[in-house]
Design a protein around this ligand. Structure first.
Ligand code: C5P
Length: 211
């Protein structure tokens, strides 16, 4: 039996992780967070003091990403790593490597019923033939407020206006890059996640009615 694939794309801090986790639990699908892989490479580059503008230097470190980690590491969840991740995400060699990791993981792990995979290009590039595609839409100011609260709650120092600026910069980088920009994938359902989570869940349950 072929795996069921659900893709979730959307801008930074739009709630993709929370929504993916909800779907993963309710429909027993394995959750893969593609952003972790970009962040992981970002973390390696920062640690090894690599100049990220030099693609040849970045290339040398790509293989260190190795496998898809499931455990959430606090160290890669920072704003600093997010910024580096979105800078190196413009490189085709990085994207190709990460895409292959995802294809191989899905292919090799046949015992899962299916996967829910989130990112920026999952429904538009990585799994174009997915069974169901979602695009999460949230106003940047609401996203910044939520991210601010998240960072404060996790003990990181944070300034709302700086978060908003970072989110807007990251949106621009993700939407305007040449390789796999963030777009609403063809045939994707748009989920409005501006309000309370129970309203988002209602929309999702409705979309998944016949899943
Ligand atoms: O989703 P997350 O914020 O963890 O992603 C970090 C960065 O990695 C994003 O800002 C984006 O530039 C990049 N990314 C990407 N494609 C994906 C997932 C993440 O370009 N599928």
């Amino acid at each position: 039996m072929k795996h069921k694939i659900v893709t979730i794309d959307g801008p930074a801090a739009s709630g993709k992780e929370k929504i993916s986790k909800y779907i993963s639990k309710k429909w027993q699908l394995k959750h893969l967070d593609s952003g972790i892989l970009y962040r992981r490479l970002g973390y390696i580059l920062l640690k090894d003091k690599v100049e990220i503008d030099k693609i040849e230097e970045v290339k040398k470190k790509i293989k260190k990403i190795k496998s898809i980690p499931y455990r959430k590491s606090k160290k890669i969840r920072t704003q600093q790593i997010a910024k580096i991740a979105s800078k190196i995400a413009i490189y085709n060699c990085v994207r190709e490597f990460i895409n292959k990791l995802q294809y191989d993981f899905v292919k090799e792990n046949k015992y899962y019923k299916g996967f829910v995979i989130d990112g920026r290009d999952i429904g538009s590039v990585v799994f174009k033939k997915a069974n169901l595609k979602l695009y999460i839409d949230v106003n940047p100011k609401i996203r910044a407020k939520r991210r601010y609260k998240q960072l404060i709650d996790s003990g990181e120092k944070s300034i709302y206006r700086k978060i908003l600026r970072d989110i807007e910069l990251r949106d621009n980088k993700d939407k305007l890059r040449k390789n796999s920009p963030l777009v609403v994938p063809k045939n994707a359902f748009i989920v409005n996640n501006n309000g309370e989570f129970k309203d988002t869940i209602k929309q999702i349950n409705n979309i998944f009615k016949d899943f």
